[in-house]
Design a protein around this ligand. Structure first.
Ligand code: XIL
Length: 320
């Protein structure tokens, strides 16, 4: 039951960068995607701004294509994401809605999107990045929490569960690899919601790592404490970025360190009983979000731009 996944590129910042959408235009990309992975996560295509571009219009085209592709290739799908502060359409963020309307909008969105793929999504990231670095709820930048209060989080899980009773429902965030203020906040919230019988089933850590900051050596310990709460755990967006030398070519030492991070992340997940889903955030540097979002850093995935396998690719085939 253990799956190895990747984010599926297409849409997102690639559009701004004027790349063709690899999911539809890059045969080699699709071939590797089909062969090497047993789980896929739409990198952008199920986010609000893509799937719900206008108040009364949904756009399911690419999301449908990804789910169909996954099924044809015996892959499971991680749905991403339903309640988030980022990548929301302007009509939502800038609209002037009453609390009642806003609740109805979220309920309608969840019912429509989750309902459409009901039975075909293994895990949903219901709530994404709801805490800040200090472990405080994002009461300012998360429209749902700001306008409707923290109770909306439990409602989002309930509504998702109603729309797809089979899917495993997750909290997902970055910076929660180790035991820290932010992961403590999830730990407390998860206990609280479980005590109220809210259908929360999992806690996942994105794991956008950087050679600058070191490997979170308490990853396994952290996953284990959520496991002991009875939650599934997962690594959902692993990549390992680095300061790329001026030549554009990372050094062998950098490649080896990166491979070590990939291997250790996989090993930590394998060590924890209920950690059955391990996903990297794209498999080729060609379409990686990293150079776009992190100045000076890159080479974060397991294959180069031309699909040459890096040591990190092989590291995932030989965990500790
Ligand atoms: C990123 C995508 O990779 C980019 O293409 C997009 O422009 C921005 O979002 N945490 C998440 C992901 O939960 O959805 C983000 O994906 C990376 C950080």
């Amino acid at each position: 039951g253990f799956v190895i996944g990747t984010a599926v590129a297409g849409g997102g910042h690639h559009v701004d960068q004027d790349y063709p959408d690899p999911f539809t235009s890059d045969r080699r990309y699709r071939k590797i995607l089909a062969r090497q992975f047993s789980s896929v996560s739409p990198e952008n295509q199920m986010k609000w701004e893509y799937i719900h571009p206008e108040r009364d219009r949904y756009d399911f085209e690419t999301a449908d294509a990804i789910v169909d592709f996954a099924e044809r290739n015996d892959q499971v799908v991680r749905g991403h994401t339903l309640l988030w502060h980022s990548q929301n359409p302007a009509w939502l963020e800038e609209g002037d809605f009453s609390d009642e309307e806003l609740r109805a909008i979220l309920h309608d969105h969840i019912t429509t999107v989750v309902g459409r793929y009901s039975g075909r999504i293994q895990q949903w990231d219901v709530a994404n990045e709801i805490f800040d670095e200090q472990g405080d709820l994002r009461t300012e930048d998360n429209i749902w929490i700001r306008e409707l209060g923290p109770g909306i989080i439990a409602d989002a899980f309930r509504w998702t569960h109603e729309a797809d009773p089979q899917a495993e429902l997750f909290f997902n965030d970055y910076g929660v690899e180790g035991v820290n203020a932010k992961s403590d906040a999830y730990y407390a919230l998860a206990q609280d919601l479980l005590a109220q019988d809210v259908p929360v089933h999992g806690f996942s850590t994105q794991a956008h790592l950087s050679l600058r900051y070191g490997f979170p050596s308490d990853l396994e310990e952290n996953l284990r404490r959520f496991d002991e709460l009875g939650l599934a755990t997962a690594v959902t967006e692993l990549d390992v970025r680095m300061d790329v030398p001026e030549s554009g070519q990372p050094t062998d030492a950098q490649m080896d360190r990166q491979a070590d991070y990939y291997r250790r992340a996989l090993s930590a997940c394998l060590e924890v009983e209920g950690c059955d889903s391990f996903t990297i955030w794209g498999f080729t540097d060609k379409y990686s979000w990293v150079p776009v979002f992190f100045e000076g850093e890159g080479s974060a995935t397991v294959m180069t731009d031309d699909y040459t396998r890096k040591p990190s690719f092989f590291a995932l085939q030989s965990p500790l």
